[in-house]
Each structure stands twice: as structure tokens, then as C-alpha cells.
Design a protein around this ligand. Structure first.
Ligand code: NAD
Ligand code: IPM
Ligand code: MN
Length: 357
């Protein structure tokens, strides 16, 4: 998109649980920054997840998928919840999200983890371990264990039997590792490629491709870290990480762990990008059924996801920066939702951000 875009078209998929609560906050932040900077955004809201199963019998309809493909960007809240969790259910809310990611071709999921200094005490980790935490996890998003074939659940020789497959083509590894190298170039020039190459064939391919790709990025220091060690180092020496690139499932697990570093799941944003085409933006957290409907969810992960949408899909760096500064300012002033040990509602926390826009 150019610097003077047409009215940007954003599809909203609020989803389930706290999804609608935090998406509304993100839309308010987008509206506020649009007013301030004279931009125009057009929002189109659609059902995805459990709510779409209840209405249409499928977590994402073809029409919604087409609308997402035709948009400039897609902003998602969260999907899922206990009412759709029956392991025997023929369709699942999460299936809609996976189908959407695959259809958009968003193979790289960027999950920045930056610790606000005033939140040092919000994490269960000792403050001295947390100083300087500023890392970016690049999670492969359209391959690996989530999508590999075969994927079955059947009866074999009279026993129930299930299979998932961790599979990668070299090009699937290369494109995400390459992006991670490029992102590292703009940061502290350190890349940790996380795998399980001591056991898994797919990880040995991953490691070879990472080594091949490294030849094009001599300025970046590449290290290979086994995923179990990476999990440990995330809590023992988190500030030593700059950019991490890893397989889909490994990235899913490591980023929930990394969320603990900055005090709450509710703070982490994400951007899912492919080769052109609309990006998908969603907080890292889920639908939080335990607090849904109470108006107490932390909206900052969703608001920061909207900032990433401004940056990566709309190329509005100034606007993205303004939103991030507003979040940062709200935190610096002591504004806290309950997950961060405060008392503010979703609405009040959102207002603390909007006041700074
Ligand atoms: P979760 O992330 O929803 O919740 C984990 C814990 O973090 C809960 O205690 C919750 O209250 C808290 N939490 C999460 N977000 C918060 C916020 N914004 N503010 C305050 N507290 C917050 O994970 P879960 O409970 O394991 O999963 C619930 C459902 O969400 C499942 O159905 C899962 O599949 C789904 N899920 C969806 C997405 C997504 O749509 N992108 C991501 C993760 C999980
Ligand atoms: C996430 C979520 C999703 C994932 C689920 C809801 C499919 O946990 O975005 O981290 O596993 O990718
Ligand atoms: Mn997850």
C-alpha cells in the first residue's frame, strides 16, 4: 500500500469469549488514530469460530474467507470455548482459524515480546532476570505438525489409533527463516533457530536450511538451540534472545511461556504475514472462557495487534508508533487490568490508551 492509501478495508473477526471485548477496544484505537491522522478505515465484521458454528454449522464460511482474502487486513479477537470442545465434535472453532491462516498463506507469525519497565514486578520471574527482555518469535504458521499429512483418527487392528505428522518442504522452512534473518538485521542481529534436530528428521531439514540461508546473512549471528533448552533459557536468560525462528507447534508453546516474561498473556500481540496479500492480526491469547463476559479482559494485546496491522499491512508506521506509545504511556502511568494486579476494567484500560491518542 502507498503512503496515501485508499480507505483501508479491514475485516473484523471478533470470535468467541473475550474476543469481541478486546476487538472492540482495538477498533476504538484504530478509529482514534484515524481521526488524529486523517485516515479512513472501513470495517466489515463477520463471524468466525464457535459463534459461526452455532449460526452456520461451520467455523468459517466460504463468504467470510473470500471477504478476508479481498481485504487489506484481518483483525481477529479469539476463537474457541468449552461448549465446542467435545473431542468427538465434527467441527471445531480452531479449525476455522487454521483454514483462514492457510488460505491467506500467512506462513510467518511474528510475536514480539517486549517488557515494559514498570511491569518488572508483574512477572513471577525475578526482576534481575527480566531486565532488557526484548525478543521476537517468528513462528512458522502454515506447516509442521498442525498441517502435516497423514492426520487421522481411526480404529486399526481393533485399537483406536491417531496420527499427526510433522512435515516440511525445504521452501517452507527457507521462506520463514529468511524473513527471520531479515528481521534480525533490523534488530540486534542475533537469530536463534529452535529445533529438535537431535531427534526429529523435520528438524534436521530445518537446521540444514537455516545453515544454507545463513550464507546470505553474514552480518547476523545464527545459533541453533534445541527446543527443550530454549524453553529453559526463556526463563533463565530471556534477555539473551533477539529473534527466534521455529516450527509451528514449538512456536505456539514457547510464546505462551514468553508471555509470562512481560506479566500477562493479555499483553502479547501478533502479526501473521505471507508473500503479499492481507495480513492477519490477533492477540496471542485465547478466548479466556474463565473471564469472558465480565468486562475485565486486558485489551492491550489486541490494541498492539492493531498497531502491527497499521505497520505491516497499511504501511502506516507513524500511526502504529502512536498506538504503541499510547499503550506504553498508559502502562507507565500505572494503568493496570486485573491480570496485571490492577483493578481497571477493559473499558477503563482502553480509555487510558485512547486518552493518549
Ligand atoms: P487463554 O489464552 O484463553 O487463557 C489462558 C489464561 O490467560 C486464562 O486464565 C485467561 O483468563 C488468561 N487470559 C488470556 N487472555 C487474557 C486477557 N486478554 N486478559 C486477561 N487474562 C487473559 O487459553 P486457554 O484457556 O487455554 O484457551 C481457551 C480457548 O481459547 C480454547 O478454546 C483455545 O483453543 C482458544 N485459543 C484461541 C486462540 C486464538 O483464537 N488465537 C489462541 C489461544 C487459545
Ligand atoms: C494460537 C492458538 C491457536 C494455535 C489455536 C487456537 C488454533 O493457540 O494462536 O496460539 O494453536 O495456533
Ligand atoms: Mn497458542
Amino acid at each position: 500500500m502507498s503512503d496515501q492509501p485508499h480507505t483501508a478495508r479491514i475485516v473484523l473477526l471478533p470470535g468467541d469469549g473475550i474476543g469481541p471485548e478486546v476487538t472492540q477496544a482495538a477498533v476504538q484505537a484504530l478509529d482514534a488514530v484515524a481521526r488524529r491522522c486523517g485516515r479512513q478505515f472501513h470495517f466489515e465484521e463477520r463471524l468466525m469460530g464457535g459463534c459461526a458454528i452455532d449460526r452456520h454449522g461451520t467455523p468459517i464460511t466460504d463468504e467470510t474467507l473470500q471477504a478476508c482474502l479481498a481485504a487489506d487486513a484481518v483483525l481477529l479477537g479469539a476463537v474457541g470455548g468449552p461448549q465446542w470442545d467435545d473431542p468427538l465434535a465434527p467441527v471445531r472453532p480452531e479449525g476455522g482459524l487454521l483454514r483462514l491462516r492457510k488460505a491467506l498463506g500467512v506462513f510467518a507469525n511474528l510475536r514480539p515480546v517486549r517488557l515494559h519497565p514498570s511491569l518488572l514486578d508483574a512477572s513471577p520471574l525475578r526482576p534481575e532476570r527480566l531486565e532488557g527482555v526484548d525478543l521476537l518469535v517468528v513462528r512458522e504458521l502454515t506447516g509442521g505438525l498442525y498441517f502435516g499429512e497423514p492426520k487421522t483418527h481411526e480404529v486399526r487392528d481393533g485399537r483406536r489409533y491417531a496420527v499427526d505428522t510433522m512435515a516440511y518442504f525445504d521452501y517452507e522452512v527457507r521462506r520463514v527463516v529468511e524473513l527471520a534473518f531479515r528481521l534480525a538485521l533490523g534488530r540486534r542481529k542475533k537469530l536463534a533457530s529452535v529445533d529438535k534436530a537431535n531427534v526429529l528428521e523435520s528438524s534436521r531439514l530445518w537446521r540444514q536450511v537455516a545453515l544454507e540461508t545463513a550464507r546470505d546473512f553474514p552480518q547476523v549471528a545464527l545459533e541453533h538451540v534445541l527446543v527443550d533448552t530454549a524453553a529453559m533459557r526463556l526463563v533463565t536468560r530471556p534477555s539473551a534472545f533477539d529473534v527466534i525462528v521455529t516450527e509451528n507447534t514449538f512456536g505456539d508453546i514457547l510464546t505462551d511461556e514468553a508471555a509470562v516474561l512481560c506479566g500477562s498473556m493479555g499483553l502479547l500481540p501478533s502479526a501473521s504475514l505471507g508473500d503479499g496479500g492481507p495480513g492477519l492480526y490477533e492477540p496471542v491469547h485465547g478466548s479466556a472462557p474463565d473471564i469472558a463476559g465480565q468486562g475485565i479482559a486486558n485489551p492491550l494485546g489486541a490494541i498492539l495487534s492493531a498497531a502491527l496491522l497499521l505497520r505491516y499491512s497499511l504501511r502506516l508506521e507513524e500511526e502504529a508508533w502512536l498506538v504503541e506509545q499510547a499503550v506504553w504511556g498508559a502502562l507507565a502511568s500505572g494503568a493496570r487490568t486485573r491480570d496485571l494486579g490492577g483493578t481497571l476494567s477493559t473499558h477503563e484500560m482502553t480509555r487510558a490508551v485512547l486518552e493518549r491518542l
